[in-house]
Design a protein around this ligand. Sequence first.
Ligand code: HEC
Ligand code: HEC
Length: 305
Amino acid sequence: MPKAARIILFGLTYVVAYMLLGVYLFRLSGASVPTDISGEISVAAGETVFNGLGKCSTCHSIGDEGSAVRCPNFGVDAPRFTAPIGLRAASRKPELSAIEYIVESIYNPNAYVVEGFPKNVMKPINRPPIALDDDAITSVILYLLEKSGIDVTDSVIKEVVTAQHPFRGKDAAGEAGAAPAITFPEGDHEEGFYVFESMKCFQCHLIEGAEFDPGELTPEDLQGGVGPELTGIGAIQTYEYLYESVVNPNAVVLPDPSPDKKYSAEDGISKMPDFLDTLTARELVDLAAYLKSLGTDLEPGEDDE
Ligand code: HEC
Ligand code: HEC
C-alpha cells in the first residue's frame, strides 16, 4: 500500500473511533433527548412537551384523555377535581395567581402538595431526570391553560413568562439540593433485569415490552398486578426514589388508582413488601440500574448491545 494511502487509512480509523466514542458518551449522558425548543413557545409545542419530552402524560391525564392515575388529573375528574387545572389553580394558594401557582408547582412541586397525593413523586421539572428548559415549560403551561378553556392571548403568555422569572436559568444539574448526598455505585442494568425476575417483582408490576419467566407462578397469581405499572419509570424518577421504593416502600405510598384496586391496606401501609432481608447490596444496585434504564436509551432489549 502506498504511504499516502496508509496515512489516510490511519487517520480515518481515528475519526471513526472518536465518532463511536462520541455516540457512546452521548448515550451514557442521556443527552440524546433534545430539550431545547427555544424560539417555539406555543400551545402546540406545549402539547408535544406534555406527551413527549416533559413526560407529564406518564403521570397526569387530562379529563378522560390518558390513562395515568399516579397523579392529579388536569381536567374535571369529579368528585376530586370539579374544575380543570387552569381554573382550580386560582384557589390553591391565596397569595398566588392561578398562573403563579402552576409555575410554582412545576419548578417546586413540594411547595404545595395536592391533598390525597404524596410529595416527592413529582420532581422539579427543570432538573433531571426530565430537565426541561424554561421555554418548554412556558409552552406546556400554555397547553394546560388552553385545555382548561382559557384563551391563550399574548398577555397570558407574558404573564406566564413573568411568573417564571424567579425560577429561570436555575436548571444547573449540579446545583446544591439537586445532587444526591451519597454517591451510588454503578449498577449493571442487564443483571438488574434478572434480579427483578428472581424477586418476582413482575407478580405485582407490569413493564410493557419486558417478559419474565413466571417459574412456579400460575396465571392466577399474575392476574391484575397489585402494584402500578413501571413502564418508563426510569425516565420520570431519580435513582434515589427507585432505591427507596425497594428498601422502604412506605416512604412514599401512591394513592389507590381506583376503588377496586388498592395500593395500600386500611392503615395506609403499602402492599409492597420491603426487600431488606432478601436482596444483597449488589442486587439492589443492579435492580435500581434496571429500573432507571426503563424509558431511556439504555432500556435492555432495545438496540442494546
Ligand atoms: C412522576 C410523576 C409526575 C410527573 C412526570 C409529572 N408530575 Fe405533576 N404532579 C405529580 C404529583 C404526584 C402531583 C401531586 C402532588 C403535588 O402536588 O406535588 C403533581 C402535581 C402537579 C400540579 C398541581 C396540580 C393541582 O391540581 O394543583 C401541576 C400543575 C403539575 N403537577 C404539572 C406537571 C407538568 C406540567 C408535568 C410535565 C412537565 C408534570 N406535572 C409531570 C406527579 C408528576
Ligand atoms: C405484593 C405486590 C408487590 C411486589 C411483590 C412488589 N411491589 Fe413494588 N409496589 C407495589 C405497590 C402496591 C406499590 C404502590 C404503593 C407504594 O407506593 O408503595 C408499589 C410501588 C413500587 C414502586 C414505585 C412506583 C411509582 O410509580 O412510584 C417501585 C419502583 C416498585 N414498587 C418496585 C418494585 C420492585 C423492584 C419489586 C421487586 C423487588 C417490587 N416493587 C415488588 C406492590 C408490589
